[in-house]
Design a protein around this ligand. Structure first.
Ligand SMILES: [Zn+2]
Length: 91
């Protein structure tokens, strides 16, 4: 079945945008993955068909409440990872 949790793509796409507002947070791939996982675990999944053309149509129909909630969860996740990175702090 061509099923996909669209929120995965959406959170990853928003991550860089939100993270840009937190220059003090580590931007390495490990921390970015941790932030995305934390945020996704607090967001409702949004399953879509991956048939051609479907995904973009769904994005537009998602509405702004998803954007607001996604940004809030990303900001919370960034605060957690920034306080407790899984690797020694880098200069
Ligand atoms: Zn890092």
């Amino acid at each position: 079945m061509d099923l996909k949790n669209f929120m995965e793509d959406y959170v990853v796409a928003k991550l860089d945008e939100v993270l840009a507002q937190y220059p003090d947070c580590c931007h390495c791939e490990q921390c970015k993955r941790d932030i995305a996982i934390l945020a996704l675990n607090h967001l409702p999944p949004k399953y879509v068909s991956t048939e051609k053309g479907q995904i973009f149509a769904r994005v537009e129909s998602m509405g702004s409440q998803y954007e607001v909630e996604t940004i809030k969860q990303l900001a919370d996740a960034i605060a957690i990872v920034q306080a407790h990175p899984r690797h020694p702090k880098q200069e």
